[in-house]
Structures are given as structure tokens and as C-alpha cells.
Design a protein around this ligand. Structure first.
Ligand SMILES: Nc1ncnc2c1ncn2[C@@H]1O[C@H](COP(=O)(O)OP(=O)(O)OP(=O)(O)O)[C@@H](O)[C@H]1O
Length: 368
């Protein structure tokens, strides 16, 4: 990956872009992708998010011409994938299902890909080194760990030194070191001016990796926006208050038209409250505060709010029983057995209707 991509006249138009226009895919009665239109641009990592079954993999398969759209179109660098003579030079992809010939070594697998795309053999050694698989180049991938398999898939994606890279769930099942490696690689590729389009279920991972987000639910576009705008537009802020006189504080807040709810460990939480105003109110009533902290919503929370209506298969967390609405305890965010804590992310507010537990108890029921 020696060069940076520089813009010529073509680069100003469509080069490095993936353009979807009214893309639709139906499988019988099922509409997997429903009129999607968006453009993925170079120089940044674009995260592609959506609950299970939202249509991410189907969309990515249509980008690569592996599935035929029922309606609409996808263009890469201005043309459909199937019109490209040597597509690996334009777009490299890692899809969930890896097609590796069981009898071929890692080296030969890449060599076959290279030969069918007019790529010189020396590039095979280069990409194996880039992904750290040079020592196992002559081994068969069937004995590879999940992480090694992902690295081999990424080596294949990088083979043609393409300007556009597309990864479907690249960190699925990887250990922290593997996740860190892929994240760093994607950011590096984007800094080189490449287009990086990556799907993931891991909200916290996307928060650290992507600058732009495309969110879909049940095949439809829900958001196409920057990361910071996405969080701001789809989440509400909350203020946490801790005081030795919670009842009196509550009365003061209610008198101001605010709606405090019982928070974690005896705290009060106010949706949409302004911390400065609450602090002034407390001072004017002589109330001692032990904590007054705005709770910034995490990407995970913003995502769940946005997609709550469009998840395909709902399952409910154990907390949906009689205890739902109580203080966040074990199993709640940040607690053992709960969702991964988010940097700056709040605990689930008590009193709020429970939402499906992300990544905990959702299971797909595929017709495939
Ligand atoms: N070949 C197929 N035949 C029938 N239905 C399909 C087929 N492929 C996908 N679907 C359905 O289309 C919908 C979208 O599936 P898709 O795999 O694209 O979603 P996804 O967002 O990638 O999900 P996940 O994150 O769980 O992988 C699902 O309801 C799925 O069951």
C-alpha cells in the first residue's frame, strides 16, 4: 500500500465511491433490502449498522454482484461490479462466508485470485506479510484459527491494492488483539484515501472506528450521517443527581416541570435536563449535591433507540419481568453479565420500558 490516492478529474466525480440507488432485494415474500439509496465515500471509514436480519450482508452481496437486485442499482467507481474486467483492482472485499478451496495452501489460494485478476505473483507475498501470515503461507487454511482465516480473507481483499475495501463483520469472533489489528488497519486504509465500508454488530467497535454511519432496519435506510451527528440526533441526554435529600430534590425538580426518576444506587435521573440549571435550583433551595453529572448517550444506546421499531426478531432479556424498571443491577449495563460498558455511556434509566438486549438473547430465524 505504497501510494495515496490522488484526485484527477474522475476522482472528483465517482472514483472510490460505492453508489446505491433504490436498491431492493426480495426473496419471495420477504423484502430483505428495501429501496436503499446512499453513497459511500473515500477517505473515511463508513460503518454499516443494523440489527440481525436488517439486510447488511444482502446489500454487500449485491455490491459485489453475488446477488441480483430485484430493483435498483449499485455502482462502484461509476460502473456495476459485473462490468469490471479485473474487479480486484477497484474493490476488495471480505464477506462472512469465506470461499477457500480446502486443498489449496494460503499462498496458492491468493495466487489463484491474483492470476485471475492480472496481479503479479510478488503481490501475494506482500499481502501475506501485511496481514502477518507469511509463516503459514504454505499451510492449508482449514487448520487456521478464526483470526487467521479473517487475516487471509483480508489479504485477499488487499491483493489488487484496491481503492475501495468492504468488510462484512470483520471482527466477529476475534480476540481483542485481532479486533485492535483490524481497527488499526481500517483506519490506516482510510487515511491513505481509500474507501472503507464495514458492517458490524459491535456498536462500541464502530464508535472507535467509523467516522460516518449508514444505519438500516428491515432493509430500509434509517440514518446516513456522521458519527457525532448520529449520537446527537438519536439520543437524549440525562442528568444524574445524588443528594442526601432525594425526596426534597425530587419535589424541587417536579415543581420545575421536570420528571426525575429513580436512578442507580439512590440517585435521581432527569431526561433532557440541563445540569447547570439543576445545580442552580439545588443551590437556591439549599440542597447539598454529591453528584451532578450529565450522562452522554453511547452509540449503542442511540442505535437501539433508532432501530427499536425495526428489529426483525425480538427476544426479551430476563429483566423484562416484574423487576423491569427497577434500578440497574447485575445484568444491567456496566455490571457483570450486562452489556459492555460504553465510554461515557449511561446506565439504562429505571422506569424506561425495557428494550431487547443487544447481542444477548436475539437469535436469527433464517429462512435460508
Ligand atoms: N438467500 C436468502 N433467501 C431467503 N431469505 C434471505 C436470503 N438471504 C437473506 N435472507 C433474509 O433477508 C433478510 C436480510 O438478511 P441479511 O443476512 O442480509 O441481514 P444482515 O443484516 O446481514 O443480518 P446479520 O447481521 O444477522 O448477518 C433476513 O430476513 C434474511 O433471513
Amino acid at each position: 500500500m505504497a501510494h495515496k490516492w490522488r484526485g484527477g478529474a474522475r476522482a472528483l466525480s465517482v472514483e472510490g465511491m460505492i453508489e446505491l440507488r433504490d436498491l431492493t432485494k426480495r426473496y419471495g415474500e420477504k423484502t430483505a433490502v428495501d429501496g436503499l439509496s446512499f453513497t459511500v465515500r473515500p477517505g473515511i471509514v463508513t460503518g454499516f449498522l443494523g440489527p440481525n436480519g436488517a439486510g447488511k450482508s444482502t446489500t454487500m452481496r449485491m455490491v459485489l454482484g453475488l446477488d441480483t437486485p430485484t430493483h435498483g442499482s449499485v455502482r462502484i467507481d461509476g460502473e456495476p461490479y459485473n462490468h469490471m474486467r479485473e474487479p480486484l483492482h477497484s474493490i476488495g472485499a471480505l464477506l462472512e462466508a469465506k470461499g477457500v478451496h480446502p486443498g489449496r495452501t494460503a499462498y496458492n489460494h491468493l495466487l489463484c485470485m491474483a492470476q485471475s485478476n492480472g496481479i503479479p505473483e510478488r503481490r501475494v507475498g506482500e499481502v501475506l506479510e501485511m496481514v502477518g501470515l507469511q509463516d503459514v503461507a504454505r499451510k492449508r487454511p482449514k487448520g487456521f484459527s478464526l483470526g487467521m482465516g479473517q487475516r487471509l480473507g483480508i489479504a485477499g481483499a488487499l491483493l489488487g491494492d484496491p481503492r475501495i475495501l468492504m468488510f462484512d463483520e470483520p471482527v466477529n469472533g476475534l480476540d481483542p488483539e485481532g479486533i485492535h489489528w483490524i481497527r488499526t488497519l481500517m483506519q490506516h486504509l482510510a487515511r491513505e484515501g481509500r474507501t472503507v465500508f464495514v458492517s458490524s454488530h459491535l456498536m462500541s467497535e464502530m464508535a472507535q472506528t467509523a467516522q460516518h454511519l449508514v444505519v438500516i432496519g428491515q432493509g430500509r435506510l434509517l440514518a446516513d450521517t456522521t458519527m457525532s451527528q448520529f449520537i446527537a440526533e438519536n439520543s437524549r441526554t440525562r442528568v444524574r443527581i445524588r443528594t442526601p435529600e432525594p425526596e426534597r430534590m425530587q419535589d424541587v425538580l417536579v415543581a420545575e416541570g421536570l420528571r426525575p426518576v429513580a436512578g442507580h444506587e439512590g440517585s435521581l435521573e432527569v431526561e433532557g435536563g440541563d445540569a447547570a440549571r439543576i445545580g442552580e435550583l439545588a443551590a437556591s433551595h439549599g440542597l447539598v449535591l454529591h453528584e451532578l453529572s450529565p450522562q452522554r448517550a453511547s452509540l449503542e444506546e442511540a442505535f437501539m433507540r433508532l432501530t427499536a421499531q425495526s428489529v426483525e426478531y425480538h427476544a426479551f432479556a430476563p429483566s423484562d419481568g416484574p423487576d423491569s424498571g427497577g434500578p440497574a443491577g447485575p445484568g444491567g449495563p456496566g455490571e457483570p453479565g450486562g452489556q459492555a460498558p460504553q465510554p461515557g455511556g449511561p446506565a439504562a434509566p429505571p422506569g424506561r420500558p425495557s428494550q431487547p438486549a443487544w447481542g444477548q438473547s436475539w437469535k436469527k430465524g433464517r429462512e435460508r
